[in-house]
Structure formats: C-alpha cells, structure tokens
Design a protein around this ligand. Structure first.
Ligand SMILES: Cc1cc2nc3c(=O)[nH]c(=O)nc-3n(C[C@H](O)[C@H](O)[C@H](O)COP(=O)(O)O)c2cc1C
Length: 204
C-alpha cells in the first residue's frame, strides 16, 4: 500500500508537516508494510495555469507548461491513498493553488473530451487544514471541494471540523481540536478504507 503525503505549506517542518506526518504514523500503525512518502510543495516549481484549454484536450492528461507539475502529479497517481495538508493563507499557499489549478487539465481531458474516467477517480484521501487561529472549517471545505472535483474520495470525520483534520495555532499545543491525535486516528482509518476498496485482500 502506497500513501503519499503532500505538505502544501511553504514552511518545512511547520504545523502542516507535523499533522501530515502524524497521519502517516497512523498509516504505519495500521499497516507496518505501507510505503509512505511525504513531499513539500515548496520543493516543486509549479507555475499557475494559463487556461489554454485547447492545449489540454490536444494532448490529454498533459500540460504544456514545463516545470515540476508532472513529477508531483505522477507521485499522486502512484499513491493508493493521499494525505493533503495545507495551512490557511488566502485561502491556501500560492504554489498549492497553482498545483490545484494545473490539475484541472486532467479533469478537462476526462470530462470534457469523454476520454473516460478521471485518473484520480475514487482515490481515498485525507485532508488536513491548519490555521493561525481561525476556525479551519472553511479551509477544509475548500480542500474538500477540490478533492471532489478531482473525483477523489475524501474521508470525513464524525465530529467537527467534519471535512478533514483541523488544527489551530501550534498543533502540538492545540488541546481543542487535538490535530496530531486526530490525524493518527484518521491515518489508520485511511488504511481501513483502502483495504475495503481492495476487497480485503491479504497483504502479500
Ligand atoms: C500569507 C499568510 C496568510 C495567512 N492567513 C491566515 C488567515 O487568514 N487566518 C489564520 O487563522 N491564519 C492565517 N495564517 C497563519 C497560518 O495559517 C498558520 O500560521 C499555520 O499554522 C501555518 O502552517 P505551517 O506551519 O504549516 O506553515 C496565514 C499565514 C500566512 C503566511
């Protein structure tokens, strides 16, 4: 089982990283053989989408801009499950926004041109949203909307903030939302969802 954690913050080892890392610990608890990778969006050079729709459809699943978009997209594709974390900016960091925009070329290829199913269809994902103090629900709704538009299956929490794991302020000190604890729990749940999706096949 391969799980990719994407840290959408421009800060390495910050709050987002800690929560995504904790979710991956939960994954490893539930499946010690899981292959987990964590990447920082700040290590990728990703330009904003230029909206050249014709180019998307002439070369399906391919963006004409040459930067690190394809490399990150490939990693996402190879993962059985995804953990996507972001801090609240306006609403998310510019590089993450650019990545989300660029992924639209995939939807454009599959939906608009009838190329078949979206390549991320039904990929289970766990969303993480951290803020400096605001309630994280709007940020998580933004990420949730993105995940749905990519035809992914975002996991939901039974309690607030519902759309994913939320944290406020320093995540190590957040006794209200307990993001590290929640993330670990949801990481374990992500493994269960993947096992169910794969028909409970024994690990070999
Ligand atoms: C450009 C920018 C905009 C931000 N906007 C908000 C905001 O509107 N509301 C909020 O609660 N925190 C805001 N923050 C704070 C971050 O969301 C918060 O510090 C978060 O924990 C940072 O996560 P990181 O350590 O993973 O980078 C902003 C931070 C930056 C740099």
């Amino acid at each position: 089982m391969k799980i990719l954690g994407i840290v959408g913050s421009m800060r390495k080892n910050g709050n987002t990283y800690k929560v995504v890392q904790s979710a991956l610990e939960g994954v490893r608890e539930a499946d010690p053989e899981a292959s987990c990778e964590i990447v920082n969006i700040s290590d990728f050079r990703i330009e904003p989408c230029r909206g050249c729709y014709d180019q998307c459809s002439s070369q399906p699943y391919h963006c004409v801009l040459e930067d690190d978009f394809a490399a990150l997209c490939e990693k996402m594709l190879r993962g059985d499950g995804l953990i996507l974390g972001s801090p609240k900016y306006f609403p998310v960091p510019a590089t993450l926004t650019a990545f989300m925009e660029r992924l639209v070329c995939l939807a454009y290829s599959s939906d608009v041109d009838g190329m078949g199913e979206h390549i991320f269809k039904d990929k289970p994902c766990l969303l993480v949203g951290v803020t400096g103090g605001d309630e994280p629900i709007q940020l998580l709704q933004h990420l949730f909307h993105f995940a749905l538009s990519m035809r992914m299956k975002p996991l939901q929490l039974t309690d607030y903030p519902f759309y994913g794991v939320g944290g406020k302020g320093r995540v190590t000190e957040d006794e209200d939302l307990k993001p590290l604890e929640q993330a670990r729990k949801m990481g374990r749940e992500l493994v269960e969802v993947l096992r169910e999706k794969n028909g409970n096949l024994p690990h070999c």
